[in-house]
Design a protein around this ligand. Structure first.
Ligand code: FAD
Ligand code: 2HG
Ligand code: ZN
Length: 475
């Protein structure tokens, strides 16, 4: 049977409203929905559908299942693996969740919030703060990424060290299954041993198993004090020792330990020339450290100072500055958060988002730098990341004079070089960004046949028609 796109679109419009079915034919600009954040993938869409309720999502999913139309769920479209955009064929529909953005309930006593998938992360953080609670997921794209996207990618960010990643922050989920059935797992329980933990299947599934429409997430008491310090050092081993020492001294109050390499700092200064210099001299590596608690600012500042003094005495620290106020802490953070933007402005770079045992990170970096020296001697490694979680963004910028396109052409070779070392050290080729289409082929190289087989069986069981985000994660 031939597919009648006009009839399909008319049915979709009847289900969710004329205004919420966007198409190029009627003059809508779909660019922002079919192109990924990095501009690496450019697709085409049959339509962009913007349902406004869980029932409308169900209706669209039923229509798609009946007619064999593939759906590409999309949140803020800030993902870095090309997972939220359609392929170039123009037959897939983007299911944009932005209108499902209500905070359904905040229960301060239970320390939970039940929120719809399209809620912007920053908005959720603000709602929690308004009742004296913290929703701790925090990342550079928080002003535009959505809770559903954060869950579907199992996002990490800068406070995983203390609060865990998205997988640890979700207590309950509401999911529309690929046949349109509603799977209601919206419970705010910290203990529930009634069989398989189904919600975990959907967390990190990148839209390939169903559409997340709402979640119940954990909240925490909002800290009343936060302090941030910035340190420089010559070796990565020193940074790893410093991490252990600071955790020992500050315990639960220690919430972030972020790594920035010298070249990453230089790149930020090049593209954001107003970035202040925080330390008098340049170092090979820098770390940003944050502590937070529910006491007074002065007491926490004293505790941080005492911890830093102890680290200086123990030989784990050589050069450090403590932010004297909130404005200065923010400038410290900008140095870290602007790295992605500086690399984007700089042009071609090949991203790596790897996880390793923290203790082996210095060895990993030494091994990879040596190999790069041999094979791509002029390439520019821009290393940084969440050292406290053993997660490095080891992005390799193009050699001087090499165009972005030419450098992208080396992606497979560069990936193989780096990811083979990751595999040899029993690390992961995706710590927090996911697989999407960017690493789908590599997944097949680095997972065992049994892991891949179980993943395919789960996919087949839930999405036998293969209509949920095809071409992403698993072939
Ligand atoms: P999208 O990009 O829209 O989608 C991502 C995936 O989720 C896709 O597979 C999509 O199909 C699926 N999806 C979206 N919504 C749903 C839904 N409701 N149901 C089912 N599937 C859905 N990531 C980190 O982990 N840590 C960081 O520190 C970090 N920093 C970043 C900084 C910058 C500047 C940028 C641009 C990105 C950063 N990211 C980071 C990556 C990105 O922000 C995260 O992956 C984020 O969780 C994606 O959310 P989103 O709403 O934009 O999802
Ligand atoms: C970060 O930690 C993000 O800043 C983005 O995960 C990393 O751009 C990147 O490679
Ligand atoms: Zn990151």
């Amino acid at each position: 049977m031939t597919f009648d796109s006009n009839a399909w679109l008319a049915e979709a419009r009847a289900l969710i409203g004329e205004a919420h079915v966007l198409t190029e034919d009627r003059g809508d600009d779909l660019t922002a929905y079919v192109r990924d954040w990095r501009g690496k993938y450019h697709g085409r869409a049959l339509a962009v559908l913007r349902p406004g309720s869980t029932e409308e999502v169900q209706a669209i999913v039923r229509l798609a299942a009946r007619t064999g139309v593939a759906l590409v769920p999309q949140g803020g479209n800030t993902g870095l693996c090309g997972a939220s955009v359609p392929d170039p064929e123009g037959r897939q529909a983007v299911l944009q969740l932005g209108r499902l953005n209500r905070v359904r309930e905040i229960d301060p006593e239970n320390n939970t919030a039940t929120v719809e998938a399209g809620c912007i992360l920053q908005s959720l953080q603000e709602h929690a703060m308004a009742v004296g609670r913290l929703f701790p997921l925090s990342l550079g794209a928080e002003g535009s990424c959505q809770l559903g996207g954060n869950i579907a990618t199992n996002a990490g960010g800068i406070q995983v060290l203390r609060y865990g990643n998205m997988r640890e922050l979700v207590l309950g989920l509401e999911v529309v299954l690929p046949d349109g059935e509603l799977l209601d797992l919206l419970r705010g329980l910290r203990k529930d041993n009634t069989g398989y933990d189904l919600k975990q299947l959907f967390i990190g599934s990148e839209g390939t198993l169903g559409i997340i429409t709402a979640a119940t997430v954990k909240l925490f008491p909002a800290p009343s004090a936060e302090v941030v310090a910035f340190a420089g050092m010559e070796s990565l081993t020193q940074a790893v020792h410093l991490l252990g020492a600071m955790r020992r001294h500050l315990g639960e109050r220690f919430t972030a330990f972020e790594l920035i390499s010298g070249p990453a700092t230089a790149l930020v200064r090049q593209y954001f020339p107003d970035t202040p210099r925080f330390l008098e001299r340049d170092w090979s590596w820098y770390v940003l450290m944050k502590a937070a608690d529910g006491g007074s600012h002065e007491a926490l500042q004293d505790a941080m100072q005492a911890a830093l003094m102890a680290c200086l005495e123990e030989g784990h620290l050589v050069d450090v500055v403590l932010a004297s106020n909130l404005a200065q802490s923010q400038t410290f953070w900008m140095q870290r958060e602007n790295i992605t933007h500086a690399q984007q402005m700089d042009g071609g770079n090949i991203k790596h988002d790897v996880a390793l045992p923290i203790s082996r990170i210095p060895e990993f970096v030494d091994r990879v730098l040596l190999l790069l020296q041999q094979v791509f001697p002029d390439s520019r490694p821009i290393a940084y990341g969440h050292l406290g979680d053993g997660n490095l963004h080891f992005n390799i910028s193009a050699p001087p004079g090499v165009s972005a396109t030419a450098w992208q052409g080396q992606t497979d070779a560069v990936n193989q070089l780096i990811h083979n070392v990751v595999a040899a050290m029993r690390g992961s080729i995706s710590a927090e960004h996911g697989i999407g289409q960017l690493k789908r082929h590599e997944l097949a190289l680095y997972k065992t046949p049994t892991e891949l087989d179980v993943m395919r069986r789960v996919k087949q069981a839930l999405d036998p028609q293969g209509l949920m985000n095809p071409g992403k994660v698993i072939a």
